[in-house]
Design a protein around this ligand. Structure first.
Ligand SMILES: C[S@@+](CC[C@H](N)C(=O)[O-])C[C@H]1O[C@@H](n2cnc3c(N)ncnc32)[C@H](O)[C@@H]1O
Length: 413
């Protein structure tokens, strides 16, 4: 059908996936930078390579790799935390200003007095006393206060460090993307040192920034919030202008696969970002529809089999694929002739039936005037998502859903 090759070189088993600003912030289902890097190496389109697009930007891996290569890039995501992260990771902050900033923050921490915390209204955070110790909320708020007193040019760098801290000192369980509270036993032992956690993140990210700053000075990446399923604004990206798309779309809707919104809710609520509580509903497949907008040969029998077993699950899958198909149509229009689209996808199982999203991706792009070149299968030892997750959403219930990912490479004719 659409030719696949297994290539273990692409596993990058021993590679450092946290170089440069890739170390800044955790995010579910991050793509590893080596994949983007190797795609530039092996599958850059013929002719110019001046504009890269990532329609599901997430933590901004593709954008960082484009910046490092000196290429302009555009990314979009409906999750404000993803956008914030991508923006900060692609900014060449002045290292001297950053060092002054951390020195000022450390001085502030030394004289910390809870009575001097200005903002002690935490009502923007749902159920805040269920998720945090009050004393830790005060410390987080104090860090926010110290950051707000810094030079505005560098505040975002520190706010991103705070974002990870906000999640880490909450009572959410380690290693889960969903909002599961720690057990009573874990809570008894849980005593996070808020300031220390924050400082360690700052030190780690300064190292990343120093490395990133050796690669250039210009900020080459732009981050937007448009939904490619609805359209791509022509004032942002002109038709036939993108040389290369490098992206990893979700594998399915956020409710039954990776809960991007739940993972991000800590920071989205803390910073008062838009739609903090409803992100998962906005993402592809977030709204269930009974209409089928696409026609497929490549995964038709799988979909029929799922329908026979469970109609509700069938429409969940279809709703995701509808949005994905709409997005592909819009992305296809902005790629130039000879341009490349590289989609890194996962083939999840629903009702124990594998949905070959790599075939579906190739087939839909073909309908939009692309030729499928090859699909590379790689193992995902480094991927920042559990190789096991619970499709039934029950705490503790784990079923293996994915071990490989599929890099689908297509050229616009
Ligand atoms: C697999 S993640 C991308 C990970 C990214 N490659 C990285 O390295 O971090 C998929 C992203 O798609 C976003 N997303 C889902 N539906 C979207 C839509 N309709 N428009 C834009 N982004 C969407 C999610 O918020 C999530 O950040």
């Amino acid at each position: 059908m659409y030719s696949r090759k297994i290539d273990n070189y692409w596993s990058f088993k021993t590679a450092d996936t946290k170089e440069f600003t890739h170390c800044y912030h955790n995010y579910p289902a991050m793509m590893i930078p080596q994949v983007a890097r190797q795609l530039f190496e092996d599958y850059a389109p013929k002719g110019k390579l001046e504009l890269v697009l990532d329609p599901y930007v997430g933590s901004g891996t593709t954008l960082v790799e484009s910046s490092i290569k000196g290429i302009k890039s555009i990314g979009t995501d409906l999750n404000p935390l993803a956008r914030f992260m991508s923006k900060v990771k692609n900014t060449h902050f002045n290292i001297d200003l950053i060092n002054d900033g951390i020195a000022a923050i450390i001085t502030g921490i030394i004289i910390y007095n809870p009575a001097e915390v200005i903002n002690t209204d935490f009502t923007r955070i749902s159920n805040y006393l269920f998720w945090y110790k009050e004393q830790d909320l005060y410390k987080l708020s104090y860090l926010n206060q110290l950051i707000s007193e810094l030079n505005p040019l560098i505040q975002d760098f520190f706010l991103l460090c705070l974002s990870e801290t906000v999640r880490e000192v909450s009572f959410t369980r380690n290693g889960e993307f969903k909002r599961y509270k720690m057990s009573e036993k874990q809570l008894e032992k849980f005593n996070p040192d808020v300031f220390n956690i924050f400082e360690r993140k700052v030190q780690r990210n300064i190292k990343g920034l120093e490395a990133f700053n050796t690669t250039g000075t210009e900020n080459l990446a732009s981050v937007y919030d448009f939904n490619t399923s609805n359209g791509i604004p022509s004032e942002v990206i002109e038709k036939d202008s993108v040389d290369m798309v490098i992206t990893s779309p979700p594998y399915g809707d956020s409710h039954t696969t990776v809960a991007y919104g739940q993972f991000s809710r800590w920071a989205n609520e803390w910073f008062g970002f838009d739609n903090a509580k409803i992100i998962d509903r906005l993402l592809m497949g977030g709204v269930i529809s009974k209409e089928i907008k696409f026609s497929t040969n490549s995964i038709n029998s799988e979909l029929e089999n799922i329908k026979k077993l469970d109609e509700k699950r069938f429409y969940e899958v279809v709703s995701f694929l509808n949005d994905y198909w709409d997005s592909i149509k819009n992305v296809a229009k902005v790629v130039r002739k000879g341009g490349r689209a590289c989609y890194v996808v996962g083939n999840r199982r629903v009702k124990n039936i594998q949905i070959n999203l790599d075939y579906f991706t190739a087939e839909m792009f073909e309908k939009c005037g692309f030729r499928h070149e090859i699909t590379i299968i790689r193992e995902i030892p480094n991927k920042r998502m559990p190789s096991k997750n619970s499709p039934t959403n029950k705490i503790g219930e784990k079923v293996t859903t994915m071990n490989n990912e599929y890099i689908v490479i297509m050229t616009k004719l």
